[in-house]
Write a protein that binds this ligand. Structure first.
Ligand SMILES: *[C@@H]1O[C@H](CO)[C@@H](O)[C@H](O)[C@H]1NC(C)=O
Ligand SMILES: *[C@@H]1O[C@H](CO)[C@@H](O)[C@H](O)[C@H]1NC(C)=O
Ligand SMILES: *[C@@H]1O[C@H](CO)[C@@H](O)[C@H](O)[C@H]1NC(C)=O
Ligand SMILES: *[C@@H]1O[C@H](CO)[C@@H](O)[C@H](O)[C@H]1NC(C)=O
Ligand SMILES: *[C@@H]1O[C@H](CO)[C@@H](O)[C@H](O)[C@H]1NC(C)=O
Ligand SMILES: *[C@@H]1O[C@H](CO)[C@@H](O)[C@H](O)[C@H]1NC(C)=O
Ligand SMILES: *[C@@H]1O[C@H](CO)[C@@H](O)[C@H](O)[C@H]1NC(C)=O
Ligand SMILES: *[C@@H]1O[C@H](CO)[C@@H](O)[C@H](O)[C@H]1NC(C)=O
Length: 606
């Protein structure tokens, strides 16, 4: 059902709205409505510190304070009709935006902002576990803030005071919804992540599901619905294993999964009574799921029906779906959160301008290589300009980075302190191997990009796709890519844009295709074309003479890809180990280097 509601727009234009003061106004657009059920869910995932919303994109310009109000308004409406609403977050709340990354210590402001939102089930992502102090924040701040809802089915942590290994949070919980009396068994998993710092232990999902507590929990007969949340793709071995484990002992009980990690909108059907929702990334999307026909205190199990909607996170959509307008939607509580975000952004000087981008530079929306590709820009301009180490002078060098090191596009206009963290939030710096024979080293980039299987064959943890951006991840080998790819579908496999018929009246945006069809997005958009990018890019600096047979080069690479670099060189007959690697430009990392380049090269005012 498409409904056009222009009314709210008139109000928006009067600046009556909350959101951040410098956020763009949302655009009017045709919307598909939500369909409420007995049980309803709102889902966020992979917010990565974007709790201020998107300050350059009208479609995603609402902030966390607006989300708090949206949940409250929707809850009033649903509960007024005797329905239940549950809120879910599936992790990766940190890293990726100045609001989190720019403070010292990181996250100084975001924990209080985030926890202003009530959550019914919440779990950790992989990002929370990369560093000792960020996982300790989960244990000491977030898990206690959500004492009744944080679940860690397969994560343990070294208690920072006692040194004991303890569960990060309870493994599961059983509860009954307030109005419908639906009995739920809930779990909170993390995919088989293996690059956590050694103060946490991520148990592999196949082991966790053998444990007594899990085997008992899934045999509980007094359950109307299983809710499995996890920081994991909804199409993943991990969720499949959990699904099969539950189904093997409860052939008929409905199961609802919530996942993420791949940064995509997706909806996966496991069987007629089991679905999984993935709700995008970076506060672009609020996932809505409803289920009707569950058994409850009021009704016997009929056959459940499932419904999903991907809400563009802007006030136009949020007013519409909650049945409110600018004068009735916002509460003092929501405005306070919006204000707290604004004050934190000010305190961190996130709007401090480093330079002016002359054009949009895209990760996936432009061909690589091209002048509009952020990766071409890095290869041709940034790396040769600033990836330098005085100890190595102007020696010939190959500078290699994985494309996953970049997380977001650069928009034409001011490039701010916030932009540096948004584009590259990773803390790792550059490393290098000195004096590597060029005739071998020059083949490395080819291996990294074209011979991915050999890495995975020799070490299963080194699948080559792990080097590319998450939204491009993971089309399983056994899934056939359809000939006619849906536009903007992240599994697109081609360098040719595939455009649907473009309706000029529509704004470009998500046009999701999933297991339930092509009508999942709340906002009807025209499609955006999408291009795949390689796993890695490379700059060749000072190539004078280096095609001579005995010439050597420095191989400089970002720390994250060191295991692939060493293994790749081994395939090329060069036996290097971690001991041969040294830090390169040790006072910098990709984030500071990009900032340096922008200050020097884009210095003029916009
Ligand atoms: C963790 O420690 C690093 C290095 O001291 C620091 O830069 C960072 O802000 C800390 N992060 C958190 C979440 O405390
Ligand atoms: C964890 O790694 C650090 C080095 O990063 C090491 O010093 C420490 O001994 C390790 N701890 C355990 C329990 O392995
Ligand atoms: C907003 O909604 C309220 C309640 O439905 C209504 O009374 C009011 O007139 C609306 N305001 C505007 C400006 O439309
Ligand atoms: C909002 O902030 C003001 C000023 O700090 C405070 O007095 C008020 O109690 C807050 N209101 C809510 C609902 O949190
Ligand atoms: C790309 O940029 C280069 C150098 O600035 C210029 O010569 C070339 O014409 C540009 N190409 C396109 C397609 O814009
Ligand atoms: C990098 O090193 C080269 C050669 O020493 C030098 O010409 C260039 O100015 C340096 N660039 C920066 C940004 O330091
Ligand atoms: C990069 O290095 C700088 C300087 O050492 C540090 O302040 C910053 O936190 C690092 N970047 C990230 C994203 O951690
Ligand atoms: C590689 O080097 C290490 C020592 O640096 C040595 O122990 C190992 O045998 C070497 N492997 C090969 C295949 O040459």
């Amino acid at each position: 059902m498409v409904s056009r509601s222009w009314l709210a727009f008139a109000l928006l234009a009067s600046h009556a709205f909350a959101a951040q003061p410098n956020a763009p106004e949302p655009l009017e657009a045709p919307l598909r409505d939500l369909k409420y059920g007995q049980l309803n869910f709102l889902h966020t995932t992979d917010t990565h510190g974007w709790h201020a919303g998107h300050l350059l994109e009208p479609s995603f310009s609402a902030d966390w304070g607006d989300y708090v109000d949206f949940a409250a308004r929707l809850r009033e409406k649903l509960e007024g009709e005797g329905r239940d609403l549950l809120l879910i977050d599936t992790g990766d709340r940190i890293e990726g935006n100045g609001l989190y990354d720019a403070s010292d210590p990181k996250g100084l402001f975001t924990f209080d902002i985030f926890r202003a939102q009530h959550m019914d089930i919440i779990c950790s992502g992989n990002h929370e576990l990369y560093q000792q102090n960020s996982s300790e924040n989960e244990y000491l701040i977030t898990a206690p803030a959500y004492a009744d809802s944080y679940l860690a089915s397969n994560i343990d942590i070294l208690n920072p005071t006692t040194g004991e290994v303890v569960p990060l949070a309870p493994r599961y919980k059983k509860f009954t919804t307030r109005l419908q009396g639906i009995r739920i068994m809930a779990f909170g998993f993390l995919y088989n992540f293996d690059r956590n710092y050694n103060n946490t232990i991520v148990q592999r999902v196949e082991q966790t599901i053998q444990e007594d507590w899990f085997q008992q929990a899934i045999r509980d007969r007094d359950i109307d619905l299983f809710v499995v949340i996890g920081h994991s793709a909804v199409r993943s071995e991990e969720f499949d294993m959990i699904f099969r484990a539950i189904r093997s002992v409860q052939w008929d009980t409905p199961i609802q999964f919530f996942g993420g990690h791949y940064h995509i909108r997706d909806y996966h059907k496991f069987d007629s009574k089991s679905y999984g929702l993935a709700s995008g990334r970076f506060m672009e999307t609020i996932g809505f799921q409803s289920i009707d026909g569950l058994s409850s205190k009021n009704s016997a199990n009929t056959s459940p029906t499932f419904f999903r909607r991907f809400i563009d996170n802007n006030l136009y959509s949020l007013y519409h779906h909650s049945g409110h307008n600018a004068s009735t939607f916002h509460s003092e509580r929501g405005r306070n959160i919006t204000k707290a975000i604004e004050e934190a952004r000010d305190a961190l000087s996130l709007d401090e301008t480093f330079g002016c981008a002359k054009r949009d530079l895209w990760m996936s929306r432009a061909k690589y290589p091209s002048n509009s590709s952020i990766f071409s820009w890095l290869e041709e301009h940034v790396f040769p300009g600033v990836v330098n180490d005085t100890r190595r002078g102007d020696r010939p060098r190959l500078i290699i980075s994985n494309t996953g090191a970049i997380r977001f596009d650069i928009f034409k206009g001011p490039f701010t302190k916030d932009s540096t963290f948004i584009v590259c939030p990773f803390t790792s710096g550059f490393h290098y191997l000195k004096d590597v024979p060029y005739n071998r080293a020059r083949k490395l980039i080819f291996l990294l990009n074209r011979a991915g299987e050999i890495f995975e064959t020799s070490d299963p943890s080194l699948a080559a796709w792990k080097m590319s951006p998450p939204h491009q991840l993971g089309i399983p080998e056994d899934i056939v890519v359809p000939e006619q790819l849906p536009p903007d579908h992240p599994f697109g496999n081609s360098q040719t844009p595939i455009l649907g018929s473009v309706d000029r009246a529509l704004t470009p945006g998500y046009t999701t295709v999933d297991d339930a069809g092509d009508d999942g997005d709340d906002t009807i958009h025209s499609p955006i074309s999408f291009y795949r990018v390689p796993n890695c890019i490379q700059s060749v600096v000072n190539p004078r003479d280096i095609d001579l047979k005995d010439e050597v080069v420095d191989v400089v690479f970002n720390e994250f890809i060191q295991p692939w670099i060493l293994l790749g060189l081994r395939f090329l007959g060069l036996n290097y180990s971690d001991e041969d690697v040294d830090k390169y430009a040790p006072d910098d990392n990709m984030t500071t280097l990009i900032a340096k380049w922008v200050r020097t090269n884009w210095a003029d005012n916009c």
